[in-house]
Design a protein around this ligand. Structure first.
Ligand code: HEM
Length: 344
């Protein structure tokens, strides 16, 4: 009887743990039901539109996933990467790591906002649209589906070029540099290995990996793989692209980790993860257990998606995702006052 009771408790506990794993407690100011009354169809509007978009252009999914990453790592998930440059300087988009973000991804976010605005008015932040679109990109490519905490606000300004470059590690990075860069943002080694699994979809330009081909071939790269890459990239500065995951380039699965085990990772920053004792064991786990990868990917994405978010009366809901609202300097001062006044 006692052992039966124990079994029930273990099973019940395991079930509870699975649900709490799937839905971590959101940071203060965000919630899973943020738009329940103001835009109840928000998530279905985005999912349905992206389903149509991906039918004609599956590579957009990778573009949207990377856009969320580049937004969150620089000044937090505040849609700052969407802002055009201004008199105060060039926007984040003009910093070298962002030059290869897909223009189609920026357009897709603006198009989604137009659809959402038509149904709900301008109540949904651009940063939330980017976060949901990234999740849908993963789910619609075959990866895990997970709930996204919502309620982010959009920044009033973009980061400097220096800040942008400092927070987006280059593909030539070694593992120590990656661990330090992510630790500065509040992400750990598990997050690093897991989020790098985003390279299970999408493409890269030759310049992102020719450091491993020329002048000498990286000994940590499979020879046939390297020879084929040389055909795509006959010189350092060839403008061609190749797929990140040679096994299943458009499917979100665990094959990226199998690639690494076969020394077929594309970037120094990818392949290094398999050589380093701090990261190797997790790669082995994910390569043989896709469920473990999917569960951790959902957790690490939710964690990344809540980095330094603006909430409450901070920032604004941008009317146009590419530009700060006109007069927003004034509104950012007035809004808290109006809210305070209404509580009397
Ligand atoms: C850990 C450090 C990371 C480095 C050094 C890195 C670097 C890069 C580079 C250089 C490219 C190719 C750019 C080009 O040549 O066009 C790329 C593509 C990509 N990255 Fe990362 N990345 C990192 C982390 C991440 C994370 C955290 C995610 C998402 C969770 C991600 C998702 C992607 C995707 C989906 C693509 C393909 C984009 C496309 O096809 O347009 N990356 N990454």
């Amino acid at each position: 009887m006692a052992s039966m009771l124990m079994l029930i408790l273990v099973l019940f506990g395991a079930t509870l743990a699975w649900f709490s794993d799937a839905q971590p407690t959101p940071v203060s100011g965000l919630s899973y039901t943020f738009y329940k009354s103001t835009c109840p169809k928000l998530e279905s509007i985005i999912r349905n539109q992206l389903k149509k978009d991906f039918n004609t252009n599956i590579s957009l999914a990778a573009g949207l996933l990377r856009l969320h990453f580049h937004d969150c790592f620089v000044q937090g998930c505040d849609a700052s990467v969407l802002l055009d440059g201004s008199a105060s300087g060039p926007g984040e988009q003009e910093a070298p790591p962002n030059l290869t973000l897909q223009q189609a991804a920026f357009k897709a976010i603006n198009d989604l906002r137009a659809l959402i605005d038509a149904q709900c008015g301008k109540v949904v932040s651009c940063a939330d649209v980017v976060a949901i679109a990234a999740r849908d990109s993963v789910a619609l490519s075959g990866g895990p589906d997970y709930k996204v905490p919502l309620g982010r606000r959009d920044s009033l300004n973009f980061a400097t070029q220096n800040a942008t470059n400092a927070n987006l590690p280059p593909p030539t990075s070694n593992v120590s540099f990656l661990i330090t860069t992510l630790a500065n943002l509040g992400l750990d080694t598990t997050d690093l290995v897991t989020l790098s699994g985003g390279h299970t979809i999408g493409r890269a330009h030759c310049q992102s990996f020719t450091n491993r081909l020329y002048p000498t071939q990286d000994t940590n790269m499979d020879k046939t793989f390297a020879n084929n890459l040389k055909l795509t990239c006959p010189a350092n500065d060839t403008a061609n692209t190749t797929v990140n995951d040679i096994r299943t380039p458009n499917t979100f699965d665990n094959k990226y980790y199998v690639d690494l085990m076969n020394r077929q990772g594309l970037f120094t920053s990818d392949q290094g993860l398999y050589s380093d004792s701090r990261t190797k064991s997790l790669i082995l786990t994910f390569a043989v257990n896709q469920t473990a990868f999917f569960e951790q990917f959902a957790l690490s994405m939710v964690k990344m998606g809540q980095l330094s978010v603006l909430t409450g009366s901070q920032g604004e809901i941008r009317t146009n995702c590419s530009a700060r609202n006109s007069g927003s300097g004034l509104w950012s001062v007035l809004e808290p006052l109006v809210e305070t006044a209404s509580t009397f």
